[in-house]
Write a protein that binds this ligand. Structure first.
Ligand code: DAH
Length: 345
């Protein structure tokens, strides 16, 4: 009897059923009450105890396999039931093309910025979007209860006791702190990421946006290095005829601090709506890293100096592609996004 079981096993093993009729035929032949497998079980019951011991397992396996094969083909034929084969088989019908996706303009510009700095030897670093007060403010020299903390309307997640408050980061400068804490100078890194501020959403402001932070810490890094690096960036990003100017400014984490303007990309400095007739548009904040920040992060501020800068990716994108409403970036309107299909990165 073991031989017979083996034979049937062999018979069904590679069976290929073509349609529902063949499936039904298969079921009746092997799995129905009067089918082969039931017949074998009847014989099994009549067999001697010794024979039972040797055929019990193979017989159960045969049954299991026969049932699995039935289920496998049943699922295939059930799925096919829902397909209209007449339509399907008409090869003269026009095909339906796939809509291809495109990169988001923010991703495009982020990549362009990264590539430019990568060429100068900057590495990419990232940090968490949920940050504690220390990394976002204290380590960056924002004194406790200092009004500068109100400059950036923060989304708090947990209010503890000031130092341990947890918030959505308001800028990517927090990544500078994490990098310096966890490594040794020299540092030459750019840090792209999303940041959050509690702002009313309008064409000119949003509650989340993107920044790229840059930092260079080494022996003898000077303001001249900062200027030259950013000048190179502007030429690469906006073209060789773009002019640059620095205005003195204030940030708690840099001393001296500056804001950098470029000649208006639309009117080329003649004066238009975008630049409010000044011929200049601001694109980033920068400065020499305050020695207090270096100390807070465990860097020897006698030996090392550094510069830092931070820019909004949306702002750069607006200037590059003349997008006037910030909300377009997060609405996912396909008519807006499609316009960037042709941009190659
Ligand atoms: N963190 C500042 C902001 O969000 C931008 C900034 C200014 C970053 C000066 C810097 C810097 O690294 O040196 O407005």
């Amino acid at each position: 009897m073991l031989e017979i079981i083996k034979q049937y096993h062999q018979e069904i093993k590679d069976i290929h059923l073509q349609n529902i009729d063949e499936l039904e035929h298969y079921r009746v032949k092997y799995l129905s009450k009067k089918g082969i497998i039931s017949g074998l079980f009847e014989k099994f019951r009549a067999a001697s105890a010794e024979e039972k011991r040797s055929i019990g397992k193979p017989l159960n396996e045969l049954k299991k396999e026969a049932e699995e094969i039935h289920l496998h083909f049943k699922e295939i034929f059930d799925a096919q039931k829902n397909i209209d084969f007449k339509t399907f088989n008409d090869l003269s019908l026009p095909g339906e093309g796939f809509e291809t996706g495109a990169r988001h303009p923010i991703s495009l510009v982020r990549k362009q910025i990264i590539d430019i700095f990568h060429g100068l030897g900057f590495v990419i670093a990232e940090g968490p979007e949920i940050e504690d007060d220390w990394h976002n403010f204290s380590a960056l020299n924002f004194p406790e209860e200092h009004p500068a903390r109100d400059m950036q309307d923060t989304f708090f997640i947990e209010k503890k006791n000031g130092k341990d408050d947890i918030a959505l980061r308001t800028h990517t400068s927090s990544v500078q702190v994490r990098l310096m804490q966890n490594g040794k100078p020299p540092f030459r890194a750019i840090m792209p990421g999303r940041v959050y501020r509690n702002e009313t959403i309008s064409a000119r402001a949003h509650c989340f946006f993107h920044q790229v932070e840059g930092m260079y810490v080494d022996k003898q890094v000077s303001f001249a290095d900062l200027k030259q690096t950013l000048y190179f960036f502007v030429q690469e990003m906006f073209g060789a005829d773009t002019k640059v100017r620095f205005r003195a400014s204030y940030f708690p984490f840099t001393e001296p601090s500056a804001e950098m303007d470029i000649s208006c990309t639309i009117c080329k400095g003649k004066g238009c709506n975008l630049c409010k007739n000044s011929g200049w548009v601001e694109i980033l904040g920068c400065g020499m890293i305050d020695p207090n920040v270096l100390k807070n992060c465990g860097i020897d501020s006698e030996t090392y100096t550094g510069f830092a800068f931070g820019m909004g990716i949306e702002r750069i994108t607006n200037l590059k592609y003349q997008i006037k409403d910030l909300r377009l970036f997060s609405e996912n309107d396909i008519r807006f996004l499609k316009q960037f299909n042709h941009e190659i990165v």
